[in-house]
Write a new protein. Structure first.
Ligand SMILES: Cc1ncc(COP(=O)(O)O)c(C=O)c1O
Length: 441
């Protein structure tokens, strides 16, 4: 296909040229219609093709298309005012980027800088979790815990500690909740003590395991316990809500499920719903004030707080408020989850279905009782995504949750504008795709 051969790398699925999109639907140049139940890369929330956003973009570009990020604009002023109402209490200082990886980099650097200005430069390690993804740059990969994505760079990544995730289906400690003693949380304290609390700057994690794990909410005691441990040892808590933020899980942010207030919260993807690229870090006011008092400087990116991105993000959030989309996701997510479980859990390939809101994962196994994954070389995730596309459905791939043994799955993370008819379509088409793949294996 023209254009594909000029790309640096190719995707694993059939090369599609998408000509236009409307709501949750994609239309290809060869006349096919695909329901985007991945929301792209878990990005699209208010749906595609909104005239109001197209008009705003045209107006904004005509009025002001670039300023140095140290200045502000009406669009940015509106956005930060709105964001301060969205983020957990006290997180009202913002830094904007072009995407999630840059925002993770900024958050990690801020944590290191904060301890330095507080006279503790020896706090230079960041603890993170295995089976996680925080982005594609070297520091983001260093805190990331996807073995496959780290593999080619392992020799240059920063040697920071990783701990096991709260993942009951494949518990790293082989325990069963609630009979366990929450090893997934206490391991954080053990690791802090092992390395010496005075050497640890921050702990970073996704509030629910995302694309390396397949939409896994933790048990409800996990985050309160983690927050308490971080506080006790003076370690900054950074939550990466690039995937889970802005309504995706049925709350504005996933941390709202447990009423946790982190020190830093990272966002991206749903912030602009895919209309333009943007990421952000929200930081507790007090931490920024400490750095300002010390005269510390934090370098911007050229496209930080780009006026168009600010205007679009503000409007996307306004639409979500006006149309009560977060509440809608909470309500319809229950139906989506129930139908997935009803119609797919009996399928011979389906090991586990978990999630909340419009953030669901279906883990695929070869042996349901033993929870054995398929050998990675069979590329079962790619086969399922490919088969679903043939049935007019896109689901987001997720893999690696079984560690060295591989692990396959798909995520159902649709735009927030689907209704009961689209839910029927998603579940029916996914079931047909699983049948097709099973028959061919
Ligand atoms: C939790 C999380 N953090 C960070 C990133 C990186 O964001 P981006 O791809 O916009 O750089 C992703 C991307 O999938 C993500 O899921």
């Amino acid at each position: 296909m023209a254009g594909q051969s000029s790309m640096f790398l190719h995707g694993p699925y059939e090369p599609l040229c998408i000509e236009r999109a409307e709501g949750p639907w994609l239309f290809t140049s060869d006349g096919r219609r695909i329901l985007d139940a991945g929301g792209g890369a878990v990005v699209v929330n208010v749906g595609q093709g909104r005239e109001e956003l197209a008009q705003l973009a045209a107006d904004q570009v005509a009025r002001l298309n670039y300023i140095v990020p140290v200045w502000t604009s009406a669009a940015r002023n509106r956005l930060v005012e709105r964001l301060a109402r969205w983020t957990p209490p006290g997180l009202n200082r913002f830094f904007f980027t072009s995407g999630g990886s840059e925002a993770v980099e900024a958050a990690l650097k801020f944590a290191l800088m904060y301890h330095k200005v507080k006279g503790q430069p020896q706090r230079h390690k960041i603890i993170s979790r295995w089976f996680s993804y925080h982005g594609n740059t070297l520091a983001a990969l260093s805190v990331g815990g996807n073995l496959g994505r780290r593999a080619d760079y392992e020799h240059v990544l920063l040697r920071w500690p990783h701990i096991g995730p709260p993942f009951c289906y494949r518990c790293p400690w082989d325990r069963t909740y609630p009979g366990c003693s929450l090893d997934c949380a206490t391991t954080l304290e053990d690791t802090i003590i092992q390395h010496g609390p005075e050497s640890i700057a921050a702990f970073i994690a996704e509030p629910m395991m995302g694309a390396t794990g397949g939409a896994v909410p933790p048990v409800r005691e996990y985050w309160p316990r983690i927050a308490e441990i971080c506080r006790r040892y003076g370690i900054l808590l950074i939550v990466d809500e690039v995937m889970t933020g802005f309504g995706r899980t049925g709350e504005r942010f996933a941390v709202d499920h447990w009423k946790i207030t982190p020190d830093l919260l990272i966002g991206g993807k749903g912030l602009t719903g895919g209309y333009v690229p943007m990421g952000m870090v929200a930081v507790a006011e007090g931490l920024v004030q400490e750095c300002e008092k010390a005269g510390a400087d934090f370098m911007f990116y050229t496209y930080s707080a780009h006026p168009l991105a600010c205007a679009m993000a503000d409007k996307v959030l306004e639409i979500m408020e006006r149309e009560h989309l977060v509440e809608y996701v909470a309500q319809m997510g229950t139906q989506l989850g129930a139908q997935l479980k009803e119609q797919l859990s009996g399928h011979p390939m389906v090991g586990d279905i978990r999630g909340t809101g419009f953030f669901w994962g279906v883990e695929i196994v070869r042996d349901k009782a033993a929870r054995t994954p398929y050998p990675p070389q069979l590329r079962v995730t790619n086969r399922i995504v490919g088969a679903a596309l043939k049935n007019g459905l896109f689901v987001y791939p997720t893999s690696g949750m079984a560690g060295a043994a591989g692990g396959d799955g798909v995520m159902i993370t649709p735009p927030f504008v689907i209704g009961p008819a689209e839910i029927d379509y998603i579940v029916g088409s996914l079931r047909a795709a699983l049948d097709d793949v099973l028959a061919a294996l």
